[in-house]
Design a binder for this molecule. Structure first.
Ligand code: MG
Length: 455
């Protein structure tokens, strides 16, 4: 959905609110609204390395939801992978990528000796432990996954040049996408061929010690929340979305095809007039040769499965953009979210809301004096700050829920219950026309740990 569409939709919801019967909006009371908002929320107390804790939430608009969240801790090294996956055409590709990608990342960060042990062992050691995930791989996918990981491990082990973590993350994304393409063509079962027309975008972060990597393909976003010396919250987006709102990305896509296609490669703000993200996993009807699509997919889906103006594939890639950032004690949190959030709130607003949430949530604890000696003047100033923070005390105790409440309910007068009730009360069939699935992970950093690592 483009931002223009969101504006139009917000306008419609506002009109519906003014004239209550507009969409047949059921009257949800504040407790019902809160119940819906909190239904999928989770808080995980991690206290490991640089990560202090995690707040997660998802609000579906598709039924069932097509987004996936994944948190996986490395078993053979320190570090963990956090990911948001936004599927389209169904949720299968997002399920599979969210399950498989963390293993490729865990292999990519293994020291050579451990990589060799993994590759040569008969009984494979467990690479990652899933901390949060709702899915499992089918038997077919699991078998493909294990043999593909072995090949990936052998390839990086036997490479004559030792690649950097950034290069390996990059390689992992494209490798996995190619593997899934081959697995589908080798298997040709209905399960496999149905997967060929689905896709997903992904934004994943791998964090170990003070090293934070973000690898993203498509239009999810990762934003760092930074507290500057004057107490102001600053937002630093760590990736650029691969969508038609990114001019560099449009230029890249057009430059990869002959001149006579420059008016058809991107039409109506979509790739070949059809797909919104300009990079994604899967979506093999934008990647395979036309003859391959005709042979395997046309018998199942008819001619309409061939994209218009399909002359010089591939039009789509899963290649990610990768950023390496060294955490500083000023970096307080990171928000990873699907486009459903970013369509409604900009990066700065998201960081401001989470920052205020962090300050407000502290007021829910009892006031305690620090152990060190403290003057009366300092106590007075702490109490004054606490009084100010109390005015920002959030309704929710989960930062991801707080963001969803603000995304849907915030107006210039604060959070409006009627606006929230209108969005959340839409019948399931209508909901997708008014907003997208929203999936959020907020990662809170342990500033003391980060400060010690940077000494
Ligand atoms: Mg989406």
């Amino acid at each position: 959905m483009t931002r223009e569409m969101v504006k139009r939709i917000s306008g419609c919801v506002n009109v519906a609110l003014r004239n209550r019967s507009g969409f047949g909006v059921p009257k949800l009371g504040p407790p019902e609204v809160t119940h819906i908002l909190r239904k999928n929320e989770s808080h995980l107390e991690v206290n490991e390395g640089p990560v202090h804790g995690l707040d997660l939430n998802q609000l579906p608009s598709n039924n069932p939801i097509e987004d996936r969240l994944m948190i996986a801790r490395n078993k053979l090294t320190t570090g963990a992978t956090f990911g948001v996956f936004d599927g389209h055409g169904g949720s299968k590709m997002a399920q599979i990528i969210s399950q498989r990608l963390p293993h490729y990342i865990a292999l990519s960060v293994l020291p050579p000796k451990l990589l060799e042990t993994y590759v040569k062992s008969e009984q494979k050691p467990v690479l990652v432990e899933r901390v949060f995930s709702l899915d499992n791989l089918s038997e077919w996918q699991y078998n493909c996954h294990m043999s593909s990981l072995q090949k990936f491990g052998e390839e990086i082990l036997n490479s004559s040049v030792r690649s950097t973590t950034k290069e390996l993350l990059d390689k992992g994304f494209e490798y996995l996408d190619n593997e899934i393409s081959e697995e589908i063509l080798n298997t040709k079962t209905d399960e496999a061929l149905q997967l060929a027309v689905q896709g997903c975008v992904a934004c994943v972060s791998h964090i170990t010690d003070q090293h934070l990597y973000v690898a993203s393909t498509g239009d999810c976003r990762a934003v760092l929340g930074i507290l500057d010396d004057s107490g102001k919250w600053l937002a630093r987006p760590l990736n650029k979305e691969h969508s038609t709102e990114n001019v560099e990305e449009i230029t890249r896509v057009i430059s990869e095809h002959p001149k006579n296609e420059q008016n058809t490669v991107i039409r109506a703000e979509r790739l070949l007039g059809s797909l919104a993200p300009l990079r994604a996993f899967g979506d093999f009807t934008f990647k395979w040769e036309k003859a391959t699509i005709e042979q395997h997919l046309v018998p199942l889906y008819g001619d309409r499965v061939i994209q218009q103006n399909y002359h010089t594939p591939p039009y789509l890639t899963a290649r990610p953009d990768i950023v390496h950032h060294i955490l500083s004690p000023r970096d307080k949190f990171m928000v990873l979210a699907s486009d459903g959030l970013w369509e409604m709130l900009g990066s700065q607003k998201v960081v401001q809301y989470v920052g205020q949430f962090m300050q407000g949530i502290q007021t829910l604890d009892l006031f305690r004096l620090p152990k060190a000696q403290i003057t009366l003047g300092e106590v007075q100033s702490m109490l004054k700050q606490r009084k100010q923070d109390l005015t920002q005390k959030p309704v929710d105790t989960n930062a991801a829920t707080h963001l969803i409440r603000n995304a849907l309910g915030r107006s210039e007068y604060g959070i409006e219950h009627t606006k929230l009730a209108a969005y959340l009360g839409l019948p399931a069939k209508l909901a997708r026309s008014y907003r997208d699935d929203i999936s959020i992970i907020v990662i809170f950093f342990n500033s003391d740990f980060v400060a010690n690592r940077n000494l």
